[in-house]
Design a binder for this molecule. Sequence first.
Ligand code: GLA
Length: 388
Amino acid sequence: MKNTTQSVNRQENRINLEDFKEELVIEAPGRINLIGEHIDYNGGYVLPAAIDKKVRFLFRKNNSDSINVWSKNYETGFTAELSNISPSNTEWHNYILGVIHHIHLIKPKSVKGFDCIVESSLPIGSGLSSSASLECGIATGLNTLFSIGLSEEEIITLSRDAEHEYVGTKCGIMDQFSVVKGEKNYLILLDCQTLDYKLIKSEFSPYQLVLLNTKVSHNLAGSEYNTRRKECDEALAVINKKHFEYKFLADVPVDVVESFKNELPEKVYNRALYVVQENKRTLMAAEAIEDEFFGLFGKLMYESHEGLKHLYEVSCDELDFLVDFSKDRDYVLGSRMMGGGFGGCTINLIHQDHVKSYIEKVSKAYKEKFGIELAPIEVNISKGVSKK
Ligand code: GLA
């Protein structure tokens, strides 16, 4: 993160919450990812979808040179001068400040003074992409409020850039893409290299997607996320010495990665092997879902989790416990950790007749083991960021 002077007054709330009259309401969804984890920044395929858990933004112009933002969830707000936008010490401010900074790189001085109230039904830090939802909601809101004329593609990439530079997480493009481009009842098979995508009907009947929130909160910026990215770059750099043709790690065939087993440090080799295997799994999974081979898709989910646990090493005991618990129950077709890892949710494909009883069983066992109330989350596949 850039280290510059603070332009943010954190104590102050210049918004009168009682009689706030908004000009614009924007809702930005969270996302799930069915498979293809840690693949976006490696230039491969992912299979996400936007969901009906959202962040809601109320906007109005304030005819001044400052911005005032209030978070209902945190019950705190901040004020910043538009002439002096720079990173804050408070992480959630930076999603907003970063977006303004990056809008101004494309359209200088286009954002004017505004007030905004933010309220989220997305659990924060649980792998549902509350960050991208915040970024893309703010970007879309300001684009509309001030008729800035940014395209959806610009909103997606500037939001990602804001996260890189203001928050410090070197994330890929999957979250921002799904938050903006999501379609009701469709999964997005996204090629993260070209941003070409195919919509796939999200139809799993008689099975149902269920998320289980470990309530172990991750913090990607402070975690190993950026290290994984570096390890992947390292693997590609070594492979590129012999094979120049691969621009991204996900492009490298599995047997080529395997031929580097003795040339790469063990960890780096494992990361690379996971990436190329997971990329293949994602394409197979998309086909399996289209063909309604849900058993095969479930098997691929389990394999994905094994790779994330042993090769990519981004799982944790709580996530592993939930996945293991489902394994000998044939009504759970598949289960895996979802998102960046180190906590957050598992995504599970469960027969609809057993969802309720399974949740009861797994919650009891989870409470006994970790002393934490498991939080099941029901999700429906929904459309991307939109004006209400
Ligand atoms: C986070 C990042 C994404 C992606 C996932 C892992 O959600 O923001 O870009 O890398 O982790 O698949």
